[in-house]
Every structure is written in C-alpha cells, then in structure tokens.
Design a binder for this molecule. Structure first.
Ligand code: GTP
Ligand code: MG
Length: 205
C-alpha cells in the first residue's frame, strides 16, 4: 500500500504579552477560550493536521512568551521555521508599534542562529560547505510573515486604536505581508488566518 508523506510545517507566533497568542492557538486547535490570563513561560508547541489541496500537512505551531522575563529559551526554537505570525491587539497601540521589533528580532535571531550552527558544522569538518546540511538563514526579503490584529470583538470596536488600514499599510510596506483581523474569543477569522499561515508555510517549505 502506498504511504503518503506528511509535510511538517513549523510556525512561530510572536507578539507582546497579552495580545492573545495562546488564546488564538487554543481556539484554533482545541476550540476553547478562557478570559483568564495565564502568561506563557518559555515556549511550547501544539500540532494540528490539515489538508491543503492534495497534501496532508502537520502544522507545528510554536507559542512563545511575550513577557521578556519568561523568554527563557531565547530564540533557539526559531530554527527551521517556515512562517512567522506576528500578533498585536488592535486596542493597544504599543502592541502594534512592537511589530517592527518582533519582525526585526525574528530575522536577526534566525540569521545569527544559522551562522552559529554552520560554524559548528564546519568546525566538525565532516560537512561540505556546499551540502544541504549547511543551514540557510531566513532571507529578510522573502521569508513569509503574517500579521494578526486580534481582539476586534472588544467594545464592538469602540476601544480600538489601530485601524485596519493602518495595520494593512504596515504590512504592505514590509513586503506585502498578509493581514487578518481576528477574535480568539468569538472565533472570528481564526481558522482562516491559520489556514493562510499553513499555505504560506507550505509555499516556503
Ligand atoms: P503571553 O503569554 O504573556 O505572551 O500572552 P498571550 O499573547 O499569550 O495572551 P493570552 O492568549 O494569554 O491572552 C491574554 C488575555 O487576553 C487573556 O485574558 C485572554 O482571555 C484575553 N484575550 C485573548 N484573545 C482575546 C480576544 O480575541 N478577545 C478578547 N476579548 N479577549 C481576548
Ligand atoms: Mg501566551
């Protein structure tokens, strides 16, 4: 019997503390939402199987700590990412301003990480520098990001400070990043956003 190879896609979710990264993942994977806030410590992943066209895909979604004091793992787990999702809260201006930093930090850290790994591999001298074993860093011009503007449910939009057009402009000027407005609480656009994340990751794989 023919076996079909499952494709593993790795996605990193970044953004300020409290924007709803864990809630979005819980809604997407477990269809659960809680109003109680429990800060993520370190980083952990969940997986979800899905079908994209004729491909069976395992989406491995890495949830990370927005709070700096809980970023104990550093950025080691960025390695091999196929897509990076940047989340902000449309009611908190600072969380939108931070997108720039998260975006730069992801590119810088994954670049540094690949350089370190390559130095270690080459020191080991069993590796041909031109072989596939040598890791290639994320190309800042082409690495796929996606931006999620979360918590659009709050106050029916009355407390919102980051408009859809402002977020879309930022995405357009940073390499045409896809943008989704979401609510983890109301399960609004969550499946759609993660499906686009998976498709984007698959295209980059
Ligand atoms: P860190 O783990 O500290 O980085 O935070 P986080 O980004 O994972 O935030 P988390 O998912 O823990 O959510 C923070 C708070 O916002 C919690 O109280 C959630 O219930 C609430 N929350 C998350 N998403 C939504 C949403 O879409 N709407 C509303 N109204 N509340 C939300
Ligand atoms: Mg969290």
């Amino acid at each position: 019997m023919a076996t079909r190879r499952r494709t593993l896609l790795k996605v990193i979710v970044l953004g300020d503390s409290g924007v709803g990264k864990t809630s979005l993942m819980n809604q997407y994977v477990h269809k659960k939402f809680s109003l109680q806030y429990k800060a993520t410590i370190g980083a952990d992943f969940v997986t979800k199987e899905l079908q994209i066209g004729d491909k069976l895909v395992t989406l491995q979604i890495w949830d990370t700590a927005g709070q700096e004091r809980f970023q104990s793992l550093g950025a080691a787990f960025y390695r091999g990412a196929d897509c990076c999702a940047l989340v902000h809260d449309v009611n908190v201006a600072k969380s939108f301003d931070s997108l720039e930093t998260w975006h730069e930090e992801f590119l810088k850290q994954s670049h540094n990480l690949e350089i370190c790994i390559n130095i270690l591999l080459l020191q080991n001298s069993k590796v041909n520098p031109f072989s596939d074993d040598v890791a290639s860093p994320a190309d800042p011009k082409t690495f796929p990001f996606i931006v999620l503007g979360n918590k659009v449910d709050i106050g029916g939009g009355s407390t919102r400070v980051v408009s859809e057009s402002k977020a879309a402009d930022w995405c357009a000027s940073n390499g045409n990043i896809p943008y989704f407005e979401t609510s983890a609480k109301e399960d609004y656009n969550v499946d759609e956003a993660f499906f686009t994340i998976a498709k984007t990751a698959l295209a980059n794989e």
